[in-house]
Design a protein around this ligand. Structure first.
Ligand code: NAD
Ligand code: ZN
Length: 691
């Protein structure tokens, strides 16, 4: 049963996740739906919206496709099987990044569709960030003179900005977005839970546009953003949905009034006059939203100089961008001349006059861009250039991120190898001291060579190539036994331990070792070999697990927790080898004992998988089986857990050197000290050449 748009917004249907869908009308029947969990509901919602193409071409980039492509296709298959059929699903994914947004990719999509006999009754579904949205949207606009497009934005930038409004385009050698069309999507599905796979930098980049929207039109939106930067950056569902809803509602309203950008819509370009000029000079090292943040602050100064804005508003605006870690000062190396030259070709200009969106307070602006006297602009830009700053994220090329991810994977494999090698070496050490010593010597020579390479690495690091951190969770020791524990071990029941590692405030970085029945195995040995009882004392699980910390930043807090499943409450203690920046090697750090945890959610079959916290933010727990007839078959464990945190040093330029060169030593330390076999930290750098 199809409801009208108005009815729908009064009583929006719940999603599978149980949250309310926010709906915003744009132009004609084009509308935006916002809710976590929408992805799975796309097939049914398309159907009830009357969109029933014969073929649906899912266009995506390879990164997004690898995260969400299968899920989306599966949703269509499930829907088709329950509803007696659905559209023929085709899938096309091109390499990620701005460099794909060109004529060649568009032609390739068209040829793919033609060879698959897509006719006018087809539709395109754009699954991805702004690049996918612009490109797939433009392809839909011209394929057989226009077929419907559905947008499924997956980046913050796309959800807040690019997917709404119908602008589509591609880049040509003469410039960005120069060839394109207006083509309104039928429906835009914004599912904020999909943002969880973006890096923080990418999340924040898009948020810059929401702050901008707050500054030009909505003081309340601005205040929300200024008050809750941490929660919003950590993708708090409620706040994020609120921010998306407000920002998108403004964009929709503006687009409805001025679809073809004759006046009001151009005000959305606040911060973009100066921002675009900077971007033209530093892209792709800095991202669009980062340049816009700098532009917004500078253009607030401009509004003040032109007499439209009070001086107090400027620090308020600056602080808000800063709270998100966005740059507010230009990067070093820019000149007034070059920036003015770039500004002269801005789309908003009329003839030679530069035009800018002028804000009048935090939350309001003049409803069309105003001409800006050249001297005034020069004054503002030269003042801005007096205080350059290296951007908070360094100089990482956005388009290198994918390559980096690949390298990180390689490095992770290398990490495993390293861990194995150190174990072998350690074995050698006990086998033959002399032999191992020689090998260690060779190792050290090799590492001196590496030190030189590390210098190169340092340079690379300063250019913004983020180091990656690998964590090897070798094992834990000193886990106290209870009588019941031993008893149940002997009986071969559930004494399972596992370790969970995550970066504080980044739940998506969670890694989990396998679940080990170490004590049980020992008990078994005891039965088989008649080993003496001390073998039980202190179950020492050895997980031998290595994983790479996603999205690592210096200063991050790594949290380790060891969970143990037991029938009673246990005392668990744990030691950790850690290497502090004060150069002292601390052999072990006792863990703080925590009270028994509440019931959790992990089933035995899920143990060992990387899992996220449940909705009450509980860590994963393991369910156990019971033979008690009165009890349900699955019971949740009441075992104990301990947790420790390791704060990675905050990096200063001088420290980087120390950090990197000490890192070399660190490996020898690992090799020498692995004997204790606890948790080791290893830092890995993206370029496998260095190994
Ligand atoms: N049409 C408009 O009105 C409009 C407005 C603003 C920007 N744009 C355009 O948008 C583009 C920038 O958009 P963008 O920042 O989304 O770039 P993008 O599409 O290149 O996405 C950035 C990166 O994030 C990855 N990614 C996207 N979603 C992900 C997810 N959920 N999980 C993991 N990785 C994910 C992508 O693969 C890509 O590597 C530019 O081309 C710009 O011109 C258009
Ligand atoms: Zn923008």
């Amino acid at each position: 049963m199809a409801a009208s748009g108005r009815e729908r917004s009064r009583s929006p249907p719940p999603t599978a996740a149980g949250t309310r869908v926010k709906e915003i009308k744009v132009i004609g029947d084009s509308r935006v739906l916002i809710a976590p969990g929408l992805l799975e509901e796309i097939p049914s919602r398309l159907q009830s919206a009357g969109l029933k193409p014969a073929a649906l071409v899912v266009v995506s980039d390879k990164t997004v496709d690898s995260h969400y492509g299968d899920r989306l296709v599966k949703a269509f298959e499930t829907h088709a099987s329950q509803n007696g059929g659905g559209p023929r699903i085709l899938r096309y994914a091109f390499p990620s990044g701005e460099s794909s947004k060109n004529r060649e990719t568009k032609s390739a999509i068209e040829d793919y569709m033609l060879s698959n006999k897509c006719t006018r009754d087809s539709a395109i579904l754009a699954l991805g960030g702004g690049v996918v949205g612009d490109l797939a949207g433009f392809t839909a606009a011209t394929y057989m003179r226009g077929i419907p497009v559905v947008q499924v934005p997956t980046s913050t930038m796309a959800m807040i900005d690019s997917s709404v409004g119908g602008k589509t385009a591609l880049n040509v050698p003469a410039g960005k977005n120069l060839i394109g069309a207006f083509h309104q999507p039928k429906i835009i599905f914004a599912d904020p839970s999909m943002l969880g796979t973006l890096s923080r930098r990418e999340v924040v980049e898009g948020l810059a546009e929401a702050i901008k929207m707050g500054v030009i039109r909505d003081a309340a939106l601005f205040q929300t953003m200024a008050k809750h930067p941490e929660a919003i950056m950590s993708l708090d569902a409620q706040l994020l949905q609120d921010v998306l809803h407000k920002a998108v509602a403004h964009k929709a309203e503006i687009v409805a009034i001025d679809e073809k950008e004759t006046g009001l819509r151009a005000t959305l370009n606040y911060g973009h006059t100066i921002g675009h000029a900077i971007e033209a000079l530093v892209s792709p090292k800095m991202l669009h939203g980062e340049c816009v943040a700098i532009g917004c602050v500078a253009e607030a100064e401009l509004a003040h100089k032109m007499g439209h804005l009070s001086a107090e508003a400027i620090p308020e605006i600056r602080a808000c961008f800063q709270a998100y870690g966005l740059p507010v000062a230009p990067p070093p190396g820019l000149t007034l001349e070059k920036l003015m030259e770039k500004m002269a070709v801005d789309k908003k200009n009329q003839g030679k006059t530069i035009r800018c969106t002028i804000i009048t307070s935090v939350g309001s602006s003049v409803d069309h861009p105003l001409p800006v006297p050249r001297e005034q602009m020069e004054l503002v830009v030269s003042e801005m250039l007096k205080n350059p700053a290296v951007p908070p994220h360094g100089w990482q090329r956005a388009e290198q991120v994918d390559t980096l991810r690949q390298r990180q994977q390689d490095a992770a494999e290398k990490a495993l190898e390293m861990a194995q090698r150190s174990v072998e070496l350690q074995r050698d050490l006990s086998d033959s001291k002399g032999h191992a010593h020689q090998e260690l010597q060779e190792q050290l020579v090799e590492q001196t060579e590496q030190q030189r390479k590390m210098e190169l690495l340092r340079e690379q690091y300063q250019m913004g190539v983020t180091p990656i951190v690998g964590v090897t969770v070798d094992g834990a020791e000193g886990i106290a036994e209870t009588e019941r524990g031993i008893e149940s071990e002997t009986m071969g029941s559930n004494i399972d331990t596992y370790c969970v590692v995550e970066v504080a405030n980044k739940p998506y970085t969670r890694m989990q070792t396998g679940v080990l029945q170490a004590a049980f195995r020992k008990a078994y040995e005891f039965i088989l070999n008649g080993t003496s009882l001390p073998a039980f004392q202190g179950a020492q699980p050895a997980w031998d697990y290595t994983g790479v910390v996603q999205d690592f930043a210096f200063g991050d807090v790594l949290k380790f927790a060891v969970y143990r499943k037991d029938l009673g409450v246990l005392r668990v203690s744990m030691a950790l080898y850690q290497y502090m920046s004060n150069r002292k090697f601390q052999p072990s750090v006792p863990m703080r004992a925590e009270a028994a945890l509440e019931e959790g959610l992990i089933k035995p079959e899920d143990a060992g998988k990387i899992t996220t916290r449940d909705k009450n933010n509980n860590p994963p727990r393991i369910a156990i089986k019971t033979n008690d007839w009165d009890q349900p078959e699955i019971q949740l464990s009441t075992g104990a857990s301990n947790q420790i945190s390791y704060i990675t040093p905050v990096v200063e330029s001088e420290d980087i050197k120390a950090w990197l060169s000490l890192n070399v030593n660190f490996f020898s330390i690992i090799i020498l000290f692995t004997a204790g076999g606890l948790i080791e930290f290893q830092r890995f750098f993206p370029d496998t050449l260095y190994w």
